[in-house]
Write a protein that binds this ligand. Structure first.
Ligand code: ADP
Ligand code: ADP
Length: 226
């Protein structure tokens, strides 16, 4: 089965339909970008998949298992879904290691091993016992990625995760992030309003407008369609 499958999702706010019959499926190891202008319903779609907002209609499956429909609902913390948002900052009063271990429920030595493994993968072993404010913006972003990956999520939801970074850093961090996500075997749904970001990151692009997915395919197919 697909890693993530969303079927016929609807969401209204008041009498406005902001997500209108959205269906998506993402295979293991794949990155799908939800691309569209501000206000078209991308974040609302992501929030429903994360379980912090509730759809009016439709179903969500992870690895073929129903996690949410209009009557049944697995709580967010049990969905095996990781989150990375633009303003999802590190906890400033915790060390880097405690930040990365935050979502882990293992014994202290097992937590430490996982934290060390991830800090090595993001190239920040030296920073493990630092306070977050000693790190640069790009380094903090890498720690946030390590924190999101620590509990081994099946799916990573990313909402404009790179928009707080300088242009100079962004391409490198995008590439490193992709490599690490593939290495950890996590499927990704990434929201962006920048076509350039979708082209760089996506295996599959879903173009969204006014709550609907209007076109879906590989970057090549999306940009070369008649
Ligand atoms: P995007 O992520 O594509 O910018 P959003 O999903 O954030 O779009 O928003 C889609 C539309 O729904 C926007 O018009 C937004 O103002 C509206 N909206 C989002 N969240 C709420 C909410 N909690 N209550 C009412 N309207 C909302
Ligand atoms: P972004 O698109 O930058 O991710 P959103 O537009 O989704 O941010 O808004 C962030 C928060 O504000 C969300 O919790 C959302 O529910 C709320 N929100 C957005 N638009 C509205 C709105 N029109 N009315 C009420 N709440 C809203």
């Amino acid at each position: 089965p697909p890693r993530l499958e969303v079927r016929n999702l609807y969401r209204q706010y008041g009498n406005r339909t902001v997500v209108d019959d959205v269906s998506l499926s993402i295979e293991p190891g794949q990155v799908t970008c939800l691309l569209g202008p501000s206000g078209c319903g991308k974040s609302t779609t992501l929030r429903m998949i994360a379980g912090v907002d509730m759809q009016d209609r439709g179903e969500i499956y992870v690895d073929g298992k129903l996690i949410c429909d209009t009557v049944y609902r697995v709580p967010p913390e049990r969905r095996k879904i990781g989150l990375m948002f633009q303003d999802f900052a590190l906890f400033p009063h915790m060390s880097v290691a405690d930040n990365v271990a935050f979502g882990l429920k293992d014994s202290a030595p097992k937590k430490r091993l996982r934290v060390e493994e991830l800090m090595e993968k993001v190239g920040l072993s030296w920073a493990i016992d630092q306070a977050p404010h000693h790190l640069s913006g790009g380094e903090q972003q890498r720690v946030a990625l390590a924190r999101a990956l620590a509990p081994r999520p099946r799916i990573m939801l990313m909402d404009e995760p790179f928009s707080g970074l300088d242009n100079r850093l962004r391409d490198d961090i995008r590439d490193e992030t992709l490599a690490l996500l593939k290495d950890e075997d996590t499927a990704v749904l990434l929201v962006t309003h920048e076509p350039e970001e979708a082209l760089r990151m996506a295996d599959e692009i879903a173009l969204m407008r006014d709550g609907r997915i209007v076109q879906q395919g590989s970057p090549y197919n999306i940009y070369n369609a008649p």
